[in-house]
Design a protein around this ligand. Structure first.
Ligand SMILES: Nc1ncnc2c1ncn2[C@@H]1O[C@H](COP(=O)(O)OP(=O)(O)O)[C@@H](O)[C@H]1O
Ligand SMILES: [Mg+2]
Length: 260
């Protein structure tokens, strides 16, 4: 994996004042790999994503994307936030066009890419709507379109579907999988749902402990494209059990369990 890793997190540590949040945390994400990250609330998942996104600085260790050390936000990385993070004063079109406009992208190219992104996430016809006029699910579609329009090499997703009702959430999971199938890129998918982690990921990284470190890495050997029926397969159910134990069993020794 290390040969063609897009993202390398090496021995990362971070503290907020006296609070040690991350310690000796290492992981990789391949060029066309979805790595799900699970861990208890408050274990530092958002903090880790913010560090990868260049929004927070580590106190120790290193993060590299395509070999480049992350010290500030990089244009090849896009992030989708749990609470959508749309500008309330901009309509859908302008929210999605914002990043391209900042980069002084030619107008006709903005036009083309924004239309394509809106179409891709199924929001055609809502271009002039403001965020408060959209449901949670639609706002998160917009958040996704805003990230995808930048054609990132690494997509960071921070519990993107956790503020959305269960039915819409399931729909969005499969839509995201379809979008990814069309153009596979590196993705870090943070979730607190074990099922969602297994459904989306090629690997599941389990964070635990205080400060957080990698307790286990599980490879998801489920076929792609992922169909709805996969959740009833014995492979899915076994893996879900495994990750549950990784999360909740008290580990012996240093607790590191890495499946080969
Ligand atoms: N800006 C901050 N300043 C101080 N403490 C913070 C800050 N952001 C998060 N924390 C603390 O760091 C820990 C990890 O937070 P977070 O990364 O949000 O966890 P998660 O996303 O896994 O729920 C929590 O204890 C949280 O209270
Ligand atoms: Mg969080």
């Amino acid at each position: 994996m290390n040969g063609d890793a897009r993202l390398v997190v090496e021995n990362a540590s971070l503290r907020y004042g006296a609070l040690d949040v991350l310690s000796a945390l290492s992981l990789t994400v391949g060029e066309r790999e979805i790595v799900s990250i699970v861990g208890p609330s408050g274990c530092g998942k958002t903090t880790l994503l913010r560090c990868v996104g260049g929004l927070n600085q580590l106190n120790g260790g290193e993060i590299r994307i395509d070999g480049q050390r992350v010290e500030k936000p990089l244009p090849i990385v896009s992030m989708v936030f749990q609470h959508f993070g749309l500008f309330p004063w901009k309509n859908l079109w302008s929210n999605i066009a914002y990043g391209l406009a900042l980069k002084h992208t030619p107008k006709d190219e903005i036009e083309r890419r924004v239309s394509a992104a809106i179409e891709l996430v199924g929001l055609k016809g809502f271009e002039k709507s403001y965020p408060h006029q959209l449901s949670g699910g639609m706002q998160q579609r917009a958040g996704l379109a805003r990230a995808l329009v930048m054609e990132p090499k690494l997509l960071l997703m921070d519990e993107p579907f956790s503020a959305i009702d269960a039915q819409t959430r399931e729909q969005l999971q499969f839509e995201l999988l379809r979008i990814w199938d069309q153009r596979p890129t590196a993705m870090m998918f943070v979730t607190h749902s074990i099922d969602e982690a297994v459904l989306m990921g090629d690997r599941v990284v389990v964070l635990a402990g205080r400060p957080s470190h990698v307790r286990a890495v599980r490879t998801v050997k489920l076929p792609r494209p992922r169909e709805r029926s996969v959740v009833a397969s014995s492979a899915f159910i076994e893996l879900r059990e495994q990750v549950w134990h990784d999360l909740f069993d008290q580990p012996a020794g240093n607790g590191a369990r890495v499946q080969q």
